[in-house]
Design a binder for this molecule. Structure first.
Ligand code: ADP
Length: 499
């Protein structure tokens, strides 16, 4: 019997049986076309739910609702304290329904329930609480000015930070709920109104979050949720003349399309895109920690992390030992349905992703790389790929240059600690990096020279609502989380008064 058939969570079952609608102006409505699309269980490849397929008409309706809500001031001019309370309430409701959200996330994305329960949902709760706190702390400055051409005149000059307005937020499928939280939290704390577009592969948790948005008491039109395909809903949102800002997380390829689409009205753009992150292990590292963490840096979330440590560089003398250790960890990872409590790694999210990742493994081998472990499909159904370690690679291979977004790491030796900086930076991306050493000076030297938005030293994949995250180079524009993100959702107005 399939895991879904065995489910006894009534709330989750009801999410799977109903045909989902769009949330526009605090109402659940059918798509303008009446069309729906199928949502798949990636562990079996079978249809598990249906969601409304939005199109440009739905986008227009949602933007209109968000614009009306913004201009009414019901949200942007609500006291910051009250805005914060509603965001905090959303966090409380999410926490009360943690198990349901974790189950939905596991079913929809394929990730282990244990991970969704321990990481995805609690991090989303924490993000909303963190941003609820920011609602009352978005401040301007008073600025002493001199104005040489008005001698003797006195001025009071100050800045205020105002919300940007109507914000479109387009998110991916790897952390569906958490990405929704990263986007909604700061935008709403700052007083913007939002149209959120979840990925077509994983709309379930965002749709359920829509129910909680209504329960938490957001005014009409402040949060709108439009499901549908990228070209039908994402593209018209990015191009819409009445959208003031677009915030996107996804592939670098689509990120570049968003930039072009945004040019029409020069809407503000923030992008959190792909990565090909170096993870550097020096011979003086504590290998008992470095080896399992080098494995989880790539295999966590099945490698479907934009910051995955996908290029593993190991100092020559310990290369064989580290590769053998990472391969051993990979071999011990239990693949299975996300709902199975014994599962360490679930399926990839979709057939498309499965073909992409296995295509990369094939291309690596064609170009001369060797498989140290893994490299094959797992099981007869669903989109499972074995955790894979590739060796004998060179910097020109596709598997070393391009983002695979799957459980595939290329392991490469290096000789001289000084040569590793240009090697680590030899990529168009710049999202994250890992450094493993007990030499504190070396660690900080690397941290300062690696061109990436996050450098983890003797740890990896450490996230916190307070810690900014985002990319150098083609990994994006702007940062998510932390106080820095508020800059992306506000604009500065200078006010100058002659006194
Ligand atoms: P992936 O290739 O990993 O699926 P994408 O970058 O294609 O990642 O998708 C991330 C998000 O971008 C999804 O919500 C998707 O629907 C959306 N999207 C895809 N194409 C476009 C587009 N042309 N314009 C706007 N959004 C898009």
């Amino acid at each position: 019997m399939s895991a879904i058939a065995q489910l006894n969570d009534v709330a989750v079952k009801s999410m799977l049986t109903k045909t989902h609608k769009l949330l526009i102006n605090n109402q659940w409505v059918e798509s303008a076309s009446g069309e729906t699309f199928e949502v798949y269980d990636p562990s079996t490849g079978t249809v598990m739910a249906n969601a409304a397929a939005g199109n440009e008409q739905d986008v227009n309706k949602a933007v209109k609702a968000a614009r009306k809500a913004f201009e009414s001031g019901h949200w942007s001019e609500m006291t910051p304290s009250d805005r914060g309370k509603i965001l905090w309430k959303l966090a409380d409701l999410l926490e009360e329904n943690l198990e349901e959200f974790a189950t939905l996330e596991s079913l929809d994305n394929g990730k282990p329930l244990t991970i969704a329960r321990a990481a995805d949902v609690p991090l989303a709760v924490d993000l909303f609480r963190y941003m609820a706190g920011w609602a009352t702390k978005i401040e301007g400055k008073t600025i002493p000015i001199s104005v040489p051409y008005t001698p003797g005149a006195k001025y009071l000059a100050y800045t205020v930070r105002e919300p940007v307005g109507v914000v479109a937020q387009i998110i991916p499928w790897n952390f569906p709920l958490l990405m929704a939280a990263w986007k909604l939290g700061p935008a709403l704390a700052a007083g913007n109104t939002v149209i959120l577009k979840p990925a077509e592969q994983t709309p379930m948790s965002a749709l359920r979050l829509g129910d909680l948005v209504l329960e938490a008491g957001f005014p009409e039109g402040v949060v709108n949720i439009i499901t549908g395909f990228g070209e039908d809903t994402g593209a018209p949102l990015a191009a819409h003349p009445d959208v003031d800002k677009v915030a996107f997380t996804g592939s670098t390829e689509v990120g570049k399309m968003i930039v072009k689409a945004a040019a029409g009205n020069l809407k503000k753009v923030t992008l959190e895109l792909g990565g090909k992150s170096p993870n550097v292990v020096f011979k003086d590292a504590d290998l008992e920690t470095a080896i399992p963490n080098a494995a989880s840096a790539i295999f966590f979330n099945h490698g479907q992390c934009c910051c995955a440590g996908s290029r593993l560089y190991v100092e020559q003398e310990i290369f064989d030992k580290v590769v053998a250790g990472v391969a051993e960890h990979a071999g011990n990872i239990k693949l299975g349905c996300g709902l199975d409590p014994d599962t360490d790694m679930g399926p990839l999210v979709s057939e498309e992703q499965f073909s992409r990742v296995t295509g990369f493994i094939d291309s690596g081998q064609t170009e001369g790389a060797k498989v140290a472990t893994g490299g094959k499909r797992h099981g007869g159904e669903g989109y499972f790929v074995e955790p894979t370690v590739l060796v004998d690679t060179n910097p020109n291979m596709k598997v070393v240059r391009e983002e695979i977004f799957g459980p595939v790491v290329t392991a490469m030796p290096f000789k001289d600690p000084e040569e590793i900086i240009p090697i680590a930076n030899n990529t168009n991306y710049g999202l994250a990096a890992g450094v493993w050493t007990q030499d504190i000076g070396k660690a900080h030297r690397l941290a300062s020279h690696i061109k990436a938005g996050t450098v983890w030293i003797n740890c990896y994949n450490i996230f916190d609502a307070a810690l900014p995250f985002g990319g150098y180079k083609e990994s994006g524009w702007g940062r998510e989380m932390g106080g820095d993100i508020l800059e992306a959702y506000t604009q500065v107005k200078s006010v100058c008064v002659q006194v």
